[in-house]
Design a protein around this ligand. Structure first.
Ligand code: A3P
Length: 365
């Protein structure tokens, strides 16, 4: 059944009907601990501070060692499911550190994989291109808070609900993840194609700041300086940013990996589409390329209810005053947010942590 983006009530109800008819709750969320890393809580005082500044992190925060990836506490319920996720050769993953142009790339990839099926692309992107780790981002307990209770049918917050959407998606599956390679199935790249997108971390921190203020699941209402400090301390979800990027870069020569940058996509979108199409074994004629470029323009994606999280806004679970989910889409917008001290601090951080990364990442030069 195809869903029209008419709002999350219909959207969730239909997803839930499908979920119930096909899976048992917990079926996809394997709780076993067969994971090659350790998940450690933060020291109590740090955890208390994080819970105070991020009201949505009701389960506190953890770090995944040895690399130190930072997540909400409920990640531990899903870590095993993610790394044991069964990958299929026709799967296509879009993997990013958050706010790097994931949605933009997902829409491009979905249309290429599905031979420019614009009618099919009217279905909400979350359903066409599930986010495998949404279960540990959308803590069901947040939706039990008085201000959010009842906004989403509670049945849809069953453990493993989002993961199961990815598991059961008709093939060829298109799957979104923000996980670094070390927390994904070790067979991923040898099995299927992955497109990794990176963005100037200065624009990432600004975009991520608005994102955290937009979603009750994060519940951050502090100022930019406060968020900036958290970002530099690697105390935001999916950080450390640099480790995430280095992991991808180390795999750059794998034939199943394509690394893109947000900045290159902004500079020459048709060239980026052509590169991705080639990687996916697709070809577009001139007219098709023009049409897809137009569809992927920020003005179109901002208006498109299948890509702009309109349904969440309508339900009151996303705050649009931060500029909307598809926001400015600029490169270099960070300069309006950083004071001189921040510019210097960030530059030093980039020089130190960016060592060994390629010239593709122009913001490092
Ligand atoms: P800004 O907040 O800087 O505007 P993600 O999808 O990874 O969460 O990334 C979101 C960022 O990508 C946001 O950046 C958003 O505006 C931008 N974006 C989304 N669609 C875009 C498009 N078609 N063109 C350019 N940027 C886009």
């Amino acid at each position: 059944m195809k869903l029209k983006p008419r709002g999350y009530v219909l959207y969730f109800e239909t997803l839930y009907i499908r979920f119930c008819s096909e899976y048992l709750p917990h079926e996809c969320a394997k709780m076993s601990q067969d994971i090659p890393f350790s998940i450690e809580p933060l020291p109590e005082d740090e955890n208390d501070r994080i819970k105070r500044d991020f009201h949505g992190y009701l389960s506190g925060a953890v770090r995944v060692q040895p690399k130190g990836y930072f997540f909400q506490g409920i990640y531990k319920d899903y870590a095993s499911s993610y790394i044991n996720f069964e990958v299929h050769p026709t799967d296509v993953f879009v993997a990013t550190y958050p706010k790097s142009g994931t949605t933009w790339t997902q829409e491009m990839v979905w249309l290429l994989v599905h031979n420019l099926d614009y009618e099919g692309a009217k279905v909400i992107l979350d359903e066409r291109f599930p986010f495998i780790e949404a279960d540990h981002v959308l803590d069901p307990k947040v939706f039990q808070l008085p201000e959010f209770r009842g906004k989403i049918p509670t049945e849809c917050l069953e453990p493993g609900f989002w993961l199961s959407l990815a598991v059961k998606l008709p093939h060829p599956r298109t799957i979104k993840t923000h996980m670094p390679f070390s927390l994904l199935p070790p067979t991923l790249l040898d099995t299927c194609k992955v497109i990794y997108v990176a963005r100037d971390p200065r624009d990432v921190v600004v975009s991520y700041y608005h994102h955290h203020r937009m979603w009750p699941t994060h519940g951050f209402d502090g100022d930019f300086k406060t968020f900036f400090r958290y970002f530099l301390k690697e105390q935001v979800m999916w950080s450390p940013f640099w480790e995430h990027l280095h992991e991808a870069w180390e795999l750059q020569h794998h034939h199943n990996l394509l690394i893109l940058t947000y900045e290159d996509m902004k500079k020459d979108l048709p060239a980026a589409i052509t590169r991705v199409a080639k990687f996916l074994g697709k070809s577009l004629n001139k007219e098709q390329l023009v049409g897809l470029t137009k569809h992927l323009h920020i003005d179109s994606m901002k208006k498109n209810p299948a890509t702009n999280a309109q349904a969440e806004a309508d339900l009151g679970i996303m705050d649009t005053k931060e500029g909307g989910f598809v926001r400015e889409g600029a490169s270099g917008g960070w300069s309006k947010y950083f004071d001189d001290k921040m510019v210097k601090q960030f530059e030093e951080w980039m020089v130190k942590e960016g060592k060994g990364l390629g010239h593709e990442f122009k913001w490092l030069q």
